[in-house]
Design a protein around this ligand. Structure first.
Ligand SMILES: NC(=O)c1ccc[n+]([C@@H]2O[C@H](COP(=O)([O-])OP(=O)(O)OC[C@H]3O[C@@H](n4cnc5c(N)ncnc54)[C@H](O)[C@@H]3O)[C@@H](O)[C@H]2O)c1
Length: 337
């Protein structure tokens, strides 16, 4: 049996612990030799929850890498405010990096990191895992086949009354949905108007919800509603999509008063009939485990990561525009003379 691939994980918060307990153990050829977090409290909570040895936990990537200088692979589910700093340090140390979403909140820092990885010939991927949901390939295939006819408009609705994303919904959630828009409609962004439900004045300030008009460079306009407060019908994490065309409306997901909304794919025809489309359950390593598998294979010279940072850059560009619109003053006031 070939030796296991050694990895350092940076970020031992809630999501880092979720990865360590549910996802990484699925990858049998992987061994995590160092666990890093700058917060003593996060380290202690992680050790308690995951049960790793105290000696394997470090306060910085530099410390962990000094102790394991043969490690060439890093996974970073670290707080998004630290993404640019941690990614720069890891790439400068000559390590391949799988970074949690959002890559960063602005294109300048993303571009710098992508160039750094390219200059050193390093694999740099992003865990933009919603692209790997069961319904995603089905929706994409139907759109490619023109199942709804010529597309006219799109509405995407997200509502979850969830403490975990409430403070940063626009940065934590919207990047997933913007990335899916690019993937489904084979387009990048051209303009975004964003009205946050709680005013913000800087990109990283955080808001609980927003309404956005997203103009794609294909000419398609998406109406996107993001909400984490109040009583409303809940959607799956991937949202409720209504994609309207001349010959029908393709829907993915639903908005219900059920705590566990599902993500069926349907086509509503001109005559009002509803066709349920089968969504096959993926086989093999799914979702985040699949993202990690593709990243490790890319490091080994096979294929590319599921969301290469260089492609994900275009999703960051959309997010940056949304945050700048939210934080700026691009509204036209209604003046009643
Ligand atoms: N893909 C998904 O669906 C998904 C879901 C949840 C979270 N995430 C992402 O995972 C990342 C972590 O989220 P979380 O909910 O665990 O956040 P969190 O705040 O619970 O944990 C982040 C951890 O990073 C640590 N940290 C901050 N700066 C650091 C530094 N310079 N070096 C080392 N450690 C540092 C903090 O101490 C904290 O323990 C974020 O990027 C978030 O967007 C992705």
């Amino acid at each position: 049996m070939s030796p296991k691939l050694k990895l350092i994980q940076v970020g031992l918060g809630n999501w880092g612990a979720d990865w360590a307990t549910k996802v990484l153990p699925q990858l049998e050829d992987l061994e995590v030799v160092g666990w890093v977090d700058s917060s003593r409290a996060s380290q202690a909570a992680f050790i308690e929850r995951v049960g790793v040895a105290r000696e394997a936990v470090f306060s910085s990537f530099a410390e962990a890498h000094a102790a394991h200088d043969d490690v060439k692979i890093v996974f970073a589910p670290v707080a998004f405010g630290a993404h640019a700093k941690v990614a720069r340090e890891v790439l400068e140390a000559g390590c391949h990096l799988l970074l949690e979403k959002p890559l960063t909140l602005d294109t300048d820092s993303s571009r710098e990191l992508i160039r750094l990885a390219a200059a050193r010939d390093l694999v740099f991927g992003i865990d933009q895992n919603y692209r790997w949901g069961a319904g995603v390939p089905v929706v994409r295939r139907l759109l490619t086949e023109g199942a709804a006819g010529a597309l006219r408009n799109v509405a995407v609705r997200f509502h979850r009354d969830h403490e975990g994303v409430r403070n940063d919904a626009l940065t934590e959630m919207t990047i997933h949905h913007l990335d899916l828009m690019r993937y489904f409609f084979d387009a990048n962004g051209s303009a975004v108007t964003c009205v946050p439900h709680t005013p913000i004045s800087t990109r990283d300030q955080g808001t609980d919800g927003a309404d956005l008009i997203i103009e794609l460079d294909s000419g398609l306009v998406v109406n996107y509603h993001l909400s984490t407060n109040g009583v409303s019908a809940s959607t799956p994490w991937s949202g409720y999509w209504q994609i309207s065309g001349d010959e029908g409306m393709l829907t993915w997901g639903e908005a219900t008063y059920d705590a566990q909304p599902q993500a069926p794919v349907r086509i509503i025809r001109l005559d009002g009939s509803v066709e349920e489309i089968e969504v096959p359950q993926p086989t093999g390593l799914r979702d985040r485990a699949g993202v990690m598998r593709m990243f490790l294979d890319a490091v080994g010279g096979q294929g590319s990561p599921s969301s290469p940072a260089a492609d994900n850059f275009h999703s960051v560009a959309l997010l940056e525009a949304a945050l700048d619109s939210a934080a700026g003053d691009s509204k036209v006031a209604v003046v009643e003379k």
